[in-house]
Design a protein around this ligand. Sequence first.
Ligand SMILES: C[S@@+](CC[C@H](N)C(=O)[O-])C[C@H]1O[C@@H](n2cnc3c(N)ncnc32)[C@H](O)[C@@H]1O
Length: 281
Amino acid sequence: MGIALPALTPAQESLFLTLGGRALDSRLPHPFLGDAMADEILGRTGYDLSRFPALASRLMDERTRVFDIAVRAKRLDEVVGGFVARHPGALVLDLGAGLDGRVFRVDPPDGVEWYDVDFPEIVALRRHLLPERAGAHHLAADLTDPHWLDAVPADRPTVIVADGLIGFLSQDDLVALLNRLTHHFSGGDLAFNAYTTYAVWALKHLRGFAAITGGVANPGFNDPHAPERWAPRLRLVEEIFLTRAPELAHMSLGGRLAARLVAPSPTLSRMVGTTILHYRF
Ligand SMILES: C[S@@+](CC[C@H](N)C(=O)[O-])C[C@H]1O[C@@H](n2cnc3c(N)ncnc32)[C@H](O)[C@@H]1O
């Protein structure tokens, strides 16, 4: 028996796909990410993960099912962890944080201010389910609201991360958000998992994601330089292909071979695997 969950929109419910993926990863004998808190939080919600058949697909083994979710979280943790190590007085924004305890995984030094942003309904759940931590703040906001950043200090080196968010923003809302962020802060880094046109197609058409199909609002994009045109202060630093992740060494032979086949091609890697885009402004 879990807590009473509020009615969730498909975009909000999507947090259980990523939380569930990290929880299942943590149960593996040799997890990719090893976030035991994700499993504990999932258990306390009582959420029924069978709403996401993709997490139990018989077409994949148990490591393949969680690989993208767990390893992309790990790569984004590394971007944030590297930034706060270089800038001990940094500000971290986790946009569309859901019930993710990234701040506990990254464990930033004292002096870092961390803001987890999500809709008010989700922030209420966060407050109930996640432990408090010095320097970590919950910010209840709709990221499409032009004024949500007003309460966030603008004068610190800033790293912004968005894990699983941008597929749920319309193109106009995404472009407005990127411009709002890059004008509010004097400078910083931004990293998110890309939603290619193929990934958006898959989310909209594969039965395994039916619970959240209705929330997918972005058409997706395949050119990692496109955001530089939408928000001219952004510069691409790195495109990280999970088809080249060292963690693939711990996948099945089939998974390793498939990744090895597509990894040399950025186009194929973007199509079949997860990509992390890392920008600076
Ligand atoms: C796929 S979930 C990812 C959650 C979390 N980052 C994780 O990795 O578990 C997407 C999250 O984005 C949030 N979200 C989507 N659109 C939003 C908006 N306009 N404003 C605030 N949060 C939003 C949803 O509520 C949800 O928690």
